[in-house]
Write a protein that binds this ligand. Structure first.
Ligand SMILES: Cc1cc2nc3c(=O)[nH]c(=O)nc-3n(C[C@H](O)[C@H](O)[C@H](O)COP(=O)(O)O)c2cc1C
Length: 200
């Protein structure tokens, strides 16, 4: 299977980066292909200004967007790794969705059928860290908000099924044992959704 990881964190010493390493390692160990799109390292441009926005409305996309769409087309599993920033995601990742998940590629509207979900059949795995505790985020409604945004608002809208969404709390303050536990949970989920393929 083809595993596409979209990674949005600027710090190579972050816990998020440890998730990236373990995801790559476990995907390969289980015999699957993996491609990483590291948005900060790529200096991904997250916004379209007027001229580019007009072009994209006409269906004219720059090469960098067509490249990202091709990676998505080939993917069976799309993983996202990003920290919770202001109840949501780093702007660079939001900009990736704004510019790459275009009408005609990710979704479309049909006069009779309504919304067409053009990325059906793909699965998604999401991993987030947040500074807040899970207890507080669950009680305040933030857990539901963070999960619904991506499950329904982005992936669900295009037909991608979110099969797993890990949201780790106290990611900046917990001790090493807990952090290792988070990393191992990521590894387990990769093995669950990208198991070792039986050979015949
Ligand atoms: C700009 C910014 C905004 C943040 N907003 C939130 C937030 O809304 N809720 C929260 O729980 N933590 C928030 N945090 C804390 C991060 O989620 C936390 O630093 C991160 O998850 C730690 O994991 P990492 O090592 O992978 O970065 C924010 C951090 C930054 C830098």
């Amino acid at each position: 299977m083809n595993h596409l990881i979209i990674y949005a964190h600027p710090n190579p010493d972050s816990l998020s980066h440890a998730y990236l390493e373990v995801m790559k390692e476990q995907t390969r160990a289980n015999g699957h292909d993996v491609v990483v799109r590291d948005l900060y390292q790529m200096h991904f441009k997250p916004v379209d200004y007027a001229a580019d926005f007009e072009k994209s409305r006409r269906g004219e996309y720059p090469e960098e967007i067509l490249t990202e769409q091709e990676y998505l087309r080939k993917a069976d599993l799309v993983s996202l790794i990003y920290p919770v920033w202001w109840g949501s995601m780093p702007a660079i990742l939001k900009g990736y969705f704004d510019r790459v998940f275009t009408r005609g590629f990710a979704f479309d509207y049909h006069p009779e059928k309504g919304l067409l979900k053009l990325l059906e059949g793909k699965k998604a795995l999401v991993v987030n860290n947040m500074g807040d505790s899970r207890k507080h985020a669950d009680a305040s409604g933030m857990t539901d908000s963070i999960k619904n945004f991506i499950r329904s608002g982005v992936f669900g809208f295009c037909g991608i099924e979110t099969v797993e969404h890990l949201l780790f709390g106290n990611a900046t303050t917990r001790d090493k044992t807990v952090r290792i536990g988070y990393i191992e949970e990521v590894r387990e989920k990769i093995s669950k959704h990208l198991p070792i393929e039986a050979t015949v």
